[in-house]
Design a binder for this molecule. Sequence first.
Ligand code: PEP
Length: 261
Amino acid sequence: MRTALVIGNWKMNGTIAESRALASAVRDGLKRIRDVHVAVCPPFTALAAVAEVLGGGTIGLGAQTCHHEPSGPHTGEIAPPMLVELGCRFVLVGHSERRKEMGETDEQINSKVHAVLAHGMTPVLCLGETGEERRQGLTFTTVEGQLRAGVAGLNPDDIARCVLAYEPVWAIGTGVNATPGQAAEIHGYLRGLVSEVASKEIAQAVRILYGGSVKSDNAEALFAEADIDGGLIGGASLKATEFVAIVKKGAATGVAPKGGS
Ligand code: PEP
């Protein structure tokens, strides 16, 4: 059984006051929600305020990245224990915006995955091909390379603690989502790879989220795919009503159709 998971990635948006207001609206909109797990990833500056609003309830707190060292001379960086102290349960790792803008390499991403796990949090390892890679027929090669490198050196039990997020770069923030069929094809492929690098049982238990222009009007069809276990939501997570509506689609499709799959 895989319970759907929907994570909001607020990216570099929101003052502390705005983040508090957004978190309150999401919390209130999801008071009686069941059968889905939810988390939000505010900017670092708003983590403490959002943690207070969420009050350790069912909505999890996540960070958008972290350094792989626990402390040290890394000006401007945030270490995993600092996130633990704030109540973070999730850390996004290897988001394509960081791969592109910060030049994060697969090796660095792998170090971060190890560090996040070592501090008891869940890494959400982001993978996805660019539009050019898809046009050149390199989608499978790209995501396979990112997955194998991202989990390198982890034992199967640690792989079981990871969440994967397939996020085709051409779909992020563009309004053009992967079709459910396109996404399902890659999710199935990734699940097969997890089976190879960990085990068949772990592959059936690991959650693989889809991210890239998910909205309340396309979420249901995406989440209904057997291998899509929820979403990583960027732009649409900045509007509470929209995010709440997406989470509800996850609750509606998250458990029953995936039982034993
Ligand atoms: C993201 O940044 O992880 C993302 C999926 O963004 P968007 O939903 O805006 O495409």
